[in-house]
Design a protein around this ligand. Structure first.
Ligand SMILES: [Fe+2]
Length: 219
């Protein structure tokens, strides 16, 4: 589970994240920040290793370290290709680029093309229609979208968000949308090549709620 700019909204996580290898916060937080910017976990089959990296963009976001150098550093150690790349080799790499600007996410996709299985953006809360396999074999989608209530303003109840935008005066506190009938699960399905770890097939996943449905053709 990757985090992002709301990683520390629940402050108690700061004291616990070090013990939770499934949780990944952006890799470009300053040195000394608790937690990890990437993790390597066994796949369900127990044989393959999957690496998950989270980085945060800087365009229209709070100031933060450059995301590209720490990602390069990790990819120089852990390479796609599994055990034949040595003990640090991994079988799949998923990179979550948590960013506002589509351009910054696309640049991360092109920079990592051929070296990771998937670059997928998050933070915008709406799925983009540009899922593709880049020239080097990396699957890419600018934003995965949110799993949540789409009859909202990016997941928050509409009225408070509309008031704030139109009136510029304090109003009701933001609270999450709760309308079950509109809730969707959004994501990306990627089949990787067992030898190279690159994408063979990539299909959007949208289930439930009011968005157009999309399921992988055959799993
Ligand atoms: Fe975010």
């Amino acid at each position: 589970m990757t985090l992002g700019n709301h990683a520390w909204d629940q402050k108690e996580l700061l004291g616990q994240i070090g013990r939770l290898p499934q949780l990944v916060r952006p890799i470009n937080y300053p040195d000394g920040t608790p937690g990890r910017g990437f993790t390597i976990l066994p796949a369900k089959n127990g044989r393959h290793k999957v690496m998950v990296i989270n980085a945060m963009g800087r365009v229209f976001m709070d100031p933060l370290d450059d995301p590209f150098p720490p990602v390069e550093k990790v990819l120089n150690i852990h390479r796609l290709g599994g055990a034949r790349m040595g003990p640090a080799g991994v079988d799949a790499i998923i990179m979550d680029m948590h960013a506002e600007a589509s351009s910054e996410k696309m640049i991360m996709g092109h920079v990592l093309d051929g070296r990771v299985s998937l670059v997928v953006g998050t933070h915008c809360h709406v799925p983009t229609a540009d899922l593709q396999i880049l020239n080097g074999g990396t699957a890419y989608q600018t934003d995965a979208g949110m799993c949540g209530d789409y009859d909202t303003v990016i997941g928050m109840k509409k009225d408070a968000a509309i008031h704030k935008m139109l009136r510029k005066t304090p109003g009701e506190r933001y609270s999450p949308g709760e309308n079950d009938a509109t809730v969707s699960v959004c994501g990306v399905f990627v089949e990787t090549d067992d030898r190279t770890g690159l994408a063979k097939r990539a299909e959007p996943v949208r289930i439930g709620g009011r968005l157009g449905q999309s399921l992988p053709t055959a799993v």
